[in-house]
Design a binder for this molecule. Structure first.
Ligand code: R5P
Length: 297
């Protein structure tokens, strides 16, 4: 049985089909003080191994609790669903966090900051048997977990979502850290070459990008990264590549966070297409990670 946060309803349905396990119908409301209450929907048709009487809720099954922690509300909702599974006495609780928020805060970047990723991973792993995630920004954050963890890559899954005409497309990482992602996607497509740019972060929304010495004029380029958040990285990289004479630019990412204004920023920079996965529901989430997660479960 699946319990999905409201942020991942499409992915939960795809996973439900892949695993042949039902999604528990839930309803939401807020108390006057703003607190969220999530509960099994009234009059819901419950899956065979889930029962609710006047005084007892029971889950005679494994519970797969799924939700990307795209914001603070989603994190709290996921904790509530874990506790609902616990309350129902589920045989096993598996928590799937397709996009693990706060993973970029994996260290205290300056003295006086918390290691926020540690706080998040500890809270998510303390009431589950297993924690599964997809392309966490830093794999090392999973070492903070108190449960068994699995991290899967969904970069390969982006390949069918791309529109590639050239025989030798160029897969470009906007920084050295994303070079492996570019290589993985290039291999999944089965043709092309890879390159990376040099990135220096100026502030939360601005980066400096330096192109390499590779001759990119006339090349069909796919920019590859794990996350597109403000779009600062991808739009600056696209402008630099356009200036260097590339013929087209697509942007591919696993997690299309797309903070306010990001999509417009990407298009204004001359990016022809943006392709992302459904770890986060967005207008560019054309590729599903359901098969990747189902294979893991
Ligand atoms: C950073 O290291 C990540 O891999 C991404 O490049 C970054 O998070 C993208 O953020 P933004 O879209 O705000 O530039």
């Amino acid at each position: 049985m699946l319990l999905s946060t409201s942020t991942n309803q499409h992915l939960a349905q795809a996973l439900s089909r892949a695993l042949d396990e039902p999604v528990l119908p839930l309803s939401y409301r807020r108390f006057a003080d703003g607190e969220l209450i999530v509960e099994v929907a009234d009059n819901a048709e419950l899956p065979g191994r889930v029962t609710r009487t006047a005084d007892r809720f029971s889950v005679d099954d494994r519970a797969i609790v799924i939700g990307s922690t795209i914001n603070d509300r989603a994190h709290i909702e996921l904790l509530q669903l874990q506790d609902l599974a616990l309350e129902g006495g589920a045989d096993e609780i598996i928590t799937v966090v397709p996009y693990l928020g706060y993973a970029r805060q994996d260290v205290a970047h300056t003295p006086g900051q918390p290691v926020s990723a540690r706080a998040m991973v500890r809270s998510l792993s303390s009431h589950t048997d297993r924690l599964v995630t997809v392309n966490p920004h830093e794999r090392s954050v999973l070492e903070f977990a108190s449960a068994e963890t699995t991290a899967r890559s969904a970069v390969e899954a982006l390949a069918p979502g791309l529109d590639i005409e050239a025989e030798d497309p160029l897969f470009v990482a906007p920084d050295t850290a994303a070079r492996d992602l570019a290589r993985t996607l290039c291999e999944a497509v089965g043709s092309g070459s890879i390159d990376h740019l040099e990135k220096e972060r100026i502030d939360d929304t601005t980066v400096d990008i330096t192109v390499s010495e590779t001759d990119v004029s006339g090349r069909e380029v796919v920019l590859v990264d794990d996350v597109i958040s403000t779009g600062g990285t991808m739009s600056t990289a696209a402008r630099a590549l356009r200036s260097a004479g590339v013929s087209s630019v697509q942007a591919a990412c696993v997690h299309p966070v797309l903070a306010a204004g990001a999509y417009t920023r990407l298009k204004a920079a001359g990016i022809d297409e943006v392709v992302g996965t459904d770890t986060i529901e967005s207008p560019v989430s054309s590729v599903s990670v359901a098969a990747t997660i189902a294979a893991t479960l």
